[in-house]
Design a protein around this ligand. Structure first.
Ligand code: EPU
Length: 343
């Protein structure tokens, strides 16, 4: 049985805390309910809601909203030192990280405190501190929104890139992800595992913490760093990085260095570098600015925030101003990382 609610408030279901309504809304806690909902709303486009952590809602949502709240973590295979976990789409990502740390399963500790659910993690191939979901991803189960048929997609079929996957491209709007299978190193069986601590401030933060180096310590270091720079959505509405870090040609970067000798970069490949969008925005003077209730976080310029009652469009206007300024100053287009939801 599914229960459908009309004019359902979404403010609590998007981490930006935008007040908007769903014309029709249903919460899905079983695969059977998912099938029923697909049949019930057959013929109309659906809006899939997970943790609501990577979206900016611009208007009320006309499409039926299916809130994917499937839960369960299953150990499906243990092969020597490796364990595969099949995680239902509605499981909170950070809770999964904590579960893995508690159970001595290594691989996602660097991804602590990323908001959102496990089922939406593949869509933008979540990443932080030198690790991306694709590093531990085996496959995901999906249901075709049209036919209701189940399918398994392998890592290769997901075609992961930097904050990118097939789900943002060819398969956009085609499937609902129902579970994700990850392969992790079982530290109860082996100690042969390299902690990834060379990215950013992890090493320094770990030195400040007591005890031996461990996945728990890495997770704690990431939690500390993230909490010091990124606003807690429960306190102040936000969606993490609002923009992607732009990738530009090396030649263009060399030219820019003439005028902006301090511009940082990360190597991408022989011909390209990635520029931290946070730096570009910060240099353009936006950090901590506020326009009504829409603004830019005071500790990380890449994060746009809702100080209370900003509308999606007010936040989008700030984003457009930022994009314009960065384009004018550096000739670089910074693209949004957050999904803009029109209706
Ligand atoms: N910087 C500034 N001012 C700022 C922010 C950044 O000057 O206000 C400069 C600094 O030089 C800093 C550099 O930009 O060294 C990079 O900043 P930082 O390491 O804080 O993060 P980032 O590279 O901008 C990316 C991800 C984050 C992820 C961190 C850590 C993107 C768009 N963002 O940010 O992901 O947590 O690296 O790995 O790739 C997210 O996707 O929501 C997210 C938070």
């Amino acid at each position: 049985m599914i229960e459908v609610f009309h004019h359902y408030p979404l403010k609590e279901h998007n981490t930006f805390g935008i007040s908007a309504f769903a014309k029709a809304y249903t919460s899905i806690i079983t695969l059977q309910q998912l099938k029923e909902a697909l049949a019930y709303f057959h013929g109309s486009d659906k809006f899939l809601l997970g943790g609501g952590s990577n979206m900016l809602i611009l208007n009320d949502i006309e499409k039926p909203v299916l809130h994917i709240n499937l839960t369960g973590i299953e150990r499906i295979r243990a092969n020597g030192n490796l364990v595969q976990l099949k995680v239902a789409a509605g499981e909170n990502w950070h809770k999964l990280v904590l579960y893995c740390v508690e159970n001595n399963l290594a691989g996602i500790e660097n991804l602590a405190l990323i908001p959102g659910n496990t089922g939406t993690a593949p869509i933008q191939n979540i990443g932080a501190y030198g690790v991306e979901l694709k590093d531990v991803f085996v496959s995901c189960e999906v249901m075709d929104l049209e036919s209701g048929m189940k399918r398994t997609l392998t890592a290769a079929e997901c075609n992961f890139g930097y904050r990118d996957s097939v789900f943002k491209n060819e398969a956009l709007g085609k499937y609902v992800i129902t579970s994700v299978t990850l392969e992790l190193t079982d530290l109860n069986e082996t100690s042969d595992y390299d902690l990834k601590i060379n990215y950013g401030a992890i090493k320094e933060e770990m030195e400040r913490l007591d005890g031996e180096a461990s996945i728990a310590k890495v997770a704690q270091a990431v939690i500390n760093i993230r909490s010091s720079k990124l606003p807690d959505p429960k306190v102040i509405g936000n969606s993490g990085s609002f923009f992607k870090n732009p990738v530009i040609e090396k030649g263009k970067y060399q030219d820019l260095l003439q005028s902006f000798p301090d511009m940082p970069s990360y190597a991408v490949n022989e011909g390209h570098v990635k520029i931290p969008a946070g730096w570009l925005i910060d240099q353009s003077g936006f950090k901590g600015k506020r326009y009504g209730d829409a603004g830019i976080h005071d500790k990380q310029a890449l994060v746009l925030v809702n100080h209370g009652n900003a509308t999606g469009n007010e936040i989008l206007n700030v984003a457009k101003e930022i994009q314009k300024m960065v384009k004018t100053t550096y000739g670089i287009l910074i693209e949004t990382e957050v999904n803009l939801i029109e209706n």
